[in-house]
Design a binder for this molecule. Structure first.
Ligand code: PHE
Length: 445
């Protein structure tokens, strides 16, 4: 073992699968379509792709190299490279963000479990009734939390990784089938038009933040997940290659999810601006009319639940790795304490979808329900903020030259020639663009 006995991923593909497993999840299939819908469609998609390429991918490299270099959790990584007491705060922000995201993510992950059941035993209960039912909401939320705890404590992550090799391509295959079917529905072309024909008048200041936040969320960036995962990779690993593979597969799945949802949406008559319920309103209607739809539906929700599980595991891993490394807690104690906290934090999100009306009419930062508010605070604000500081730290405090030394280990000559672009992006473009987008939301300009 080359890094303080913490262990490394078994193989390159093992690491890529774990990182892709963290990245691919509800962010691609649940969040991406509804955020795209709320932000006007195709023009947003272009902005999103630009954010992935110009900002997220460079930061993914930065996080992975920081992790591999220090072989530590986010807080420890900052402590190791600077004496300043301020920089580790970025790591702490990541730890808190991990718990914050997990709290609402588990509620939606719970919905996927509910939909496995609802597809097998056809239910007349509407989506609105389903999410307003406190027993179903809390029950599935708790079940998913326990599932995550079981995986993290039971050390079966490696097993899941191996499964992902089969499951993620299977998810892509089902998406393809659904795309083909949905394109044959009446009104499908209106959806394709909405999704692929950009109308730039739909871009506002808030659209930029939505695209940026979604890019961070989808690639698990800005809170140290990839620092933590990077801390387990070996020096032989080609970081630029792996990072590109992860970003490509994540973006492809999201793009396909959009192509599947929008044609169906116009066919079944759901508004694109629907919000978090979008995919869960549209898909069951598609499955119910499709030949073999029940079987495909069950399979789809099972795969989605597993994709979500590989993400919740990585979210839980950040606060846990922090407590184990920095506070010398046992893994078991860390997992149990963090889960208890996440449970308490998640209850209001679970009950904000109808059961407690007050939690659904907040109107804070333009967000109506508690779940959307949490998603906005932690995904749209906290992740880009953390990402900006990670950029500045890697580029200017640790130093982009030192980071490059780390990145170059394990790469080929061809990749090295591209790294000049990375250095330019991480030093100037990423921090400045993120700062402008964040300041703009607070009305500075
Ligand atoms: N990337 C995950 C998804 O798209 C969510 C996530 C965010 C996981 C941040 C880890 C850290 O579902």
């Amino acid at each position: 073992m080359e890094n303080n006995g913490r262990g490394t991923w078994g193989s390159r593909i093992g690491f890529i699968l774990a990182a892709a497993g963290s990245a691919i999840g509800l962010g691609n299939i649940w969040r991406y379509p509804y955020v795209t819908g709320q932000n006007g469609g195709a023009a947003f998609v272009l902005l999103y792709l630009a954010c992935v390429l110009v900002i997220a991918l460079p930061i993914l490299l930065a996080e992975l190299s920081l992790g591999r270099h220090t072989t530590l959790n986010p807080v420890g990584a900052f402590k190791k490279l600077t004496k300043s007491k301020v920089w580790p705060l970025v790591g702490y922000l990541g730890v808190v963000t991990g718990a914050g995201i997990l709290s609402f993510y588990l509620v939606v992950a719970g919905w996927t479990l509910g939909f496995i059941v609802r597809t097998i035993i056809p239910s007349t209960e509407s989506f609105t009734a389903f999410v307003s039912n406190p027993w179903e909401e809390l029950g599935y939320f708790t079940a998913f939390l326990l599932l995550t705890v079981y995986v993290v404590l039971g050390g079966v992550e490696r097993g899941i990784e191996r499964w992902s090799k089969l499951l993620m391509p299977a998810l892509a295959a089902i998406l393809f089938l659904l795309i083909i079917y949905n394109l044959t529905l009446d009104g499908a072309m209106k959806g394709v038009e909405f999704y692929l024909n950009p109308d730039f008048s739909k871009i506002h200041g808030s659209t930029f933040l939505a695209a940026l936040g979604q890019a961070f969320f989808s690639l698990s960036l800005g809170m140290g997940t990839m620092i933590t995962y990077g801390s387990y990779i070996s020096k032989k690993e080609n970081i630029p290659f792996s990072a590109t593979a992860v970003a490509l597969s994540d973006t492809l799945i999201a793009f396909l999810a959009g192509l599947m949802i929008f044609p169906a949406l116009f066919a079944v008559g759901v508004e694109p601006t629907q919000g978090p319920s979008l995919v869960f309103e549209v898909l069951p209607r598609v499955f119910s009319t499709m030949p073999g739809g029940t079987l495909l539906g069950v399979l789809f929700f099972i795969l989605l639940a597993i994709a979500a599980l590989t993400s919740t595991v990585s979210l839980l891993e950040v606060p846990v790795a922090f407590l184990v490394d920095e506070k010398q807690w046992t893994r078991k104690k860390s997992v149990l304490v963090v889960s208890a906290l996440v449970f308490v934090l998640g209850v209001p999100s679970a009950l904000s979808q109808g059961y407690v009306p007050a939690l659904g009419e907040l109107n804070i930062f333009g967000q109506q329900d508690f779940l959307s508010l949490m998603s906005f605070l932690f995904s749209d604000l906290s992740l880009p903020l953390g990402g900006m500081f990670i950029c500045i730290f890697v580029a200017w405090v640790w130093g982009s030259r030192n980071a490059l030394e780390e990145i170059k280990m394990g790469t080929t000559e061809r990749t090295i020639s591209l790294l000049g672009i990375w250095e330019f992006l991480i030093r100037y473009v990423c921090p400045v663009v993120i700062a402008i987008i964040l300041l703009n939301v607070f009305g500075v300009f």
